[in-house]
Write a protein that binds this ligand. Structure first.
Ligand code: AHR
Length: 497
């Protein structure tokens, strides 16, 4: 199969925000306890943090880590998680019907982020609590010593403020499953009150309002519109969430997910422009796609009131990894709209990593993320793709390839390609109008013949990265082969034509 990708370094959709490669860690199942914090493990450091998990997540280069939820945050009292561990209360967690020991809280999370080299992205409880508690948490995190909550932080061992810049105004408040779920009109008022109070305390912070928890919601885009209209002056981003599924077990249909992901981004781009027009405003609001992943196989959500239960520990296969690569391709292509995106989540819970007390399993989805986070830098190039198509069920004619491309200041080009064909390799020619490729840098691929193949504890290296095949032609184009059911990331040096 032959395909062609046309690029021009002057045709771009802006700088790629590195924060599209961010993560999410929730008090859910074994994400925090036994994933991030596991003092009983031989692999934990002196603070109880899993060293192997820290090292693996570091390879994903995540600039932000969203915390502490998710649904968990909407009934969480952050005060329970600070101070002497022996005095922290054990609480019922209503979201996941689990017991929360509170042995890991805000200060532990900040120390873990510092070790990882990432910044915290904090979510506040706008379900069962409100602006007063949010203001107290902001004071605890960001204000200098001298007042009650800032002094509590100092007393708890952190003299310097944490300077958390990015704050989520609640979580999925459109969802009836959410503690404190309310209609958009009520949420908008709650969010705006919290936003005004928080920005009054710290003008440097940026705020993300809840949008829709999925495109299937009856209130999709309307919840977002009402919130956006009400909070326009005080927020910076609207949040979108999406989890992909293949219940019908149709690989061709599933691999067309990229088309749907892009539709969601387009929907939001249209909404932002619409409200901007209504407001006669010059302000730009951006999308924070702060929960995304494949999630449909592991749906155990009842912790039966135990600590760190095994909940939603999805096992990821090859087709899942190809869908994850398409999420990232879409975020890169729409660098003009998407500024933050968080894979949900980072360890054990719908995550690229699974742990046992003394082991770590790297899942298929880890690999495209690691490669793209490493290489997708600089400008996002507009892609004009000539690709054969295939019938993806009711999703219709779909290009066999899904691509994104970026170029750095130093001329390093990166191209990321998913081949949706289950049978045919693709030979792609990449032609850049104004520059020629001079040398291939790194070419790596993930592929296989079985879309359901997955790494397991018994076969942990069934799926992994191997060198790919690419070369520079006489006229400075690039040719690259993408195996069937494959993902390729390549870099190349370029020079002006
Ligand atoms: O990531 C798992 C859950 O999915 C989150 O808690 C919630 O926000 C979403 O519904």
């Amino acid at each position: 199969m032959q395909a062609k990708l046309h690029l021009d370094t002057d045709f771009h959709s802006g700088e790629i925000d590195p924060r599209i490669f961010s993560g999410f860690a929730e008090h859910l199942g074994r994400c925090i306890y036994e994933g991030i914090y596991d003092p009983g493990s031989p692999l934990a450091d002196g603070e109880g943090f899993r060293i192997d998990v820290l090292e693996a997540i570091a390879k994903l280069r995540m600039p932000l880590m969203r915390y502490p939820g998710g649904n968990f945050v909407s009934a969480y009292d952050w005060v329970d998680g600070v101070g002497a561990r022996s005095e922290r209360p054990r609480r019922l967690d209503y979201a996941w019907r689990s017991v929360e020991s509170n042995q890991f809280g805000t200060d532990e999370f900040m120390r873990w982020c510092a070790k990882l080299g990432t910044e915290a992205m904090m979510a506040i409880n706008l379900g069962t609590k409100g602006s007063a508690e949010a203001g107290a948490l902001l004071e605890y995190c960001n204000l200098p010593a001298g007042t009650y909550w800032a002094d509590r932080r100092v007393a708890n061992g952190s003299p310097e403020p944490y300077k958390v810049k990015t704050w989520c105004l609640g979580n999925e408040m459109d969802g009836p499953w959410q503690a404190g779920h309310v209609p958009a009109e009520v949420y908008a008022q709650r969010a705006d009150q919290a936003a005004k109070l928080m920005r009054g305390l710290d003008r440097s912070i940026e705020l993300i309002a809840c949008g829709s928890s999925g495109r299937g919601m009856a209130t999709y885009l309307n919840y977002d519109r009402v919130t956006l209209e009400y909070c326009w002056n005080d927020i910076h981003y609207v949040s979108a969430h999406r989890y992909s599924e293949n219940h019908r077990n149709d690989t061709g249909w599933f691999l067309a997910e990229g088309v749907e992901i892009e539709r969601v981004i387009e929907d939001y781009a249209g909404l932002f422009d619409y409200v901007r027009g209504l407001k006669r405003s010059n302000k730009r609001i951006y999308l924070s796609f702060d929960e995304w992943n494949v999630w449909y196989k592991a749906k155990e959500m009842d912790g039966n009131w135990t600590e760190a239960p095994h909940l939603i520990e999805e096992v990821y296969n090859l087709e899942d990894a190809l869908v994850c690569a398409q999420y990232l391709n879409a975020f890169i292509r729409r660098a003009d709209v998407v500024k933050i995106a968080c894979i949900a989540q980072v360890v054990n819970v719908i995550a690229p990593l699974l742990t046992t007390k003394d082991g770590l399993l790297v899942q298929s989805t880890f690999y495209p993320f690691a490669l793209m986070a490493e290489h997708a830098q600089g400008r996002s190039l507009r892609t004009v793709l000539e690709s054969p198509t295939y019938k993806a069920g009711e999703r219709g004619e779909t290009p066999v390839l899904d691509v994104s491309a970026s170029i750095k200041e130093d001329g390093t080009l990166a191209v990321f390609i998913v081949n949706r064909s289950q049978t045919d390799a693709a030979n792609l020619t990449v032609s850049i109008a104004d520059v020629k490729a001079t040398a291939i840098g790194d070419v790596k691929q993930l592929s296989g013949t079985d879309p359901k193949a997955a790494n397991t504890w018994e076969q942990p290296n069934l799926l992994g990265l191997v060198p790919g095949t690419a070369s520079v032609t006489g006229n400075g184009d690039i040719t690259v082969t993408i195996p069937a059911l494959g993902f390729v990331a390549l870099t190349a040096a370029t020079a002006k034509r």
